[in-house]
Design a protein around this ligand. Structure first.
Ligand code: ADP
Ligand code: MG
Length: 348
């Protein structure tokens, strides 16, 4: 579906391991004061002075987490960085460094890895993180990519999943559900393409949804916005698996319940249109679709006035006593128990 117009194919075996590492990594420059030594020695050297360090890692495997039939390699590189940086943001920390490890089969030419690294380099620049190391090895089949992200924070600024109080407000950044519907559109187009490879997909009505799926952004801005508003969230998590399951994580770790309001869910108009086209309930998508990488957090009720009307955030519910359980309050004012179904539940 996404054609490889790059005709040149340089075999990676030609460069050798060290030549390849050098070729892919020579573009990276160091910008963070905490990076004393980046790529080029046995280990990187970092100095965080009096800050605490947060670390998170993710492994992405071809055929499980991504499909190169519709995922351009540059986007994959970008997304691999975004999803890790997002985890650092979910701790209310500032992302500072990443490492990138890859395992590649010989079906990938050098040009493909250059594309992957162009996406990694772009994301590193956008998020202002240094690429300080990694590992490079071969795989018998397919591509594996693992990113580790580091970030810094003052100890008292770190926000955990566990701090939500009983009357706190539940807030989400941006809008939700779009990445999941983007995937549905891409899957549909892939099936059409498999039947008729000459059929060029018309994706104009789906641009926002597809972008949310292929090029998710980590919300590095949220920490700064909240700081300016003088709000410290009481608990926080990023939405990778789906709103419902992330709410359950916050509730379980904070020992509280929750009421989530259907009519408050922030949905993009394009999402609503495409859900109608696919005959899927948009609330189900918003609650169970994943990979939006928005931030979900709780704030004290007293902070409501600071956040009210802010275009970055929507108050979607409030926490309750643990014994009240976790519920979706529908438009018809009925209560449905929340279930963690995760981002792939709808396709099962
Ligand atoms: P070692 O033999 O100690 O594992 P390598 O030769 O694998 O060292 O790596 C040399 C340097 O290049 C190290 O600084 C390492 O972190 C970095 N590096 C290796 N592979 C990658 C990669 N895919 N992306 C970024 N940096 C890498
Ligand atoms: Mg190595």
């Amino acid at each position: 579906m996404i054609e490889d117009k790059n005709q040149q194919r340089t075999s990676i075996a030609q460069l050798g391991e060290f030549g390849l590492i050098d070729h892919l990594t020579k573009q990276f420059e160091i910008a963070q004061p905490s990076t004393l030594k980046g790529i080029g020695d046995d280990a990187a050297v970092l100095d965080f002075k009096n800050k605490k360090v947060v670390v998170s890692t993710d492994l992405l495997i071809e055929g499980i987490h991504f499909d190169l039939a519709y995922m351009p390699l540059k986007h994959l590189g970008y997304k691999a960085v975004s999803v890790n940086v997002s985890d650092i943001c979910a701790m209310n920390a500032k992302p500072t460094q990443i490492t990138v490890s890859i395992a590649v089969s010989n079906r990938f030419p050098l040009e493909a890895l250059e594309e992957l690294y162009a996406g990694i380099a772009l994301a590193a620049k956008v998020y202002n993180v240094d690429v300080i190391g990694g590992d490079t090895t071969s795989s018998q089949k397919g591509l594996l990519i693992s990113v580790t992200a580091l970030g810094e924070s003052d100890e008292n600024e770190i926000v955990y999943r566990k701090g939500a109080g009983e009357k706190d407000l539940l807030v989400v950044s941006g809008d939700i559900g779009a990445a999941y519907m983007g995937l549905q559109v891409l899957e549909r187009e892939k099936q059409v393409f498999l039947v008729n490879p000459n059929n060029q997909p018309d994706l104009d009505n789906y641009t926002y949804l597809i972008e949310r799926q292929l090029k998710p952004e980590a919300r590095v801005d949220v920490r700064e916005i909240l700081e300016k508003l003088e709000i410290k969230p009481t608990s926080m998590i990023d939405i990778s698996d789906g709103l419902s399951s992330e709410i359950m994580h916050l509730c379980k770790q904070s020992k509280v319940g929750c009421n989530l309001y259907e009519d408050k869910l922030p949905l993009d108009p394009q999402l609503i249109n495409v859900c109608e086209e696919f005959n899927i309930d948009s609330t189900t998508v918003a609650i169970n679709g994943g990979e939006d990488y928005e931030l979900l957090f709780t704030i004290k009720m007293d902070d409501y006035d600071k956040i009210k009307g802010n275009p970055n955030f929507t108050v979607i519910g409030h926490m309750t006593q643990e014994s009240e359980g976790m519920h979706l309050v529908t438009r018809a004012n009925t209560k449905i128990e929340l279930k963690a179904r995760g981002w792939n539940a709808l396709t099962e």
